[in-house]
Design a protein around this ligand. Structure first.
Ligand SMILES: [Zn+2]
Length: 74
C-alpha cells in the first residue's frame, strides 16, 4: 500500500512496533504491536481493531509483562 503522506514515495510494510499511549497520567508501552510502517518516512498506521485491542488491554488492567522507566525531559 502506498504511503498516505503527500509527496512520499514510500510503501507501507507490515512490522511489529513499540507503541506508547498516554493513559491518564501514565504512559503505557505496548511491544510487538502489528502496524503498517512506511519504509521511507516511518509514518505508522494502526488498524482500528488493533487500537480497540490496546484499549481493551488497558481497561482490563492486565498485568504488564515488564515495567519501563519513564523519564521526563524537564
Ligand atoms: Zn511515507
Amino acid at each position: 500500500m502506498k504511503c498516505s503522506i503527500q509527496g512520499c514515495p514510500g510503501q507501507y510494510e507490515h512490522r511489529l512496533i513499540v507503541h506508547t499511549v498516554k493513559h491518564g497520567r501514565q504512559v503505557v508501552v505496548f511491544e510487538d504491536v502489528p502496524a503498517e510502517v512506511c519504509d521511507v518516512c516511518s509514518d505508522t498506521l494502526l488498524a482500528p481493531e488493533t487500537i480497540r485491542h490496546l484499549e481493551e488491554l488497558m481497561n482490563r488492567e492486565a498485568k504488564p509483562r515488564s515495567h519501563a522507566p519513564v523519564f521526563a525531559y524537564a
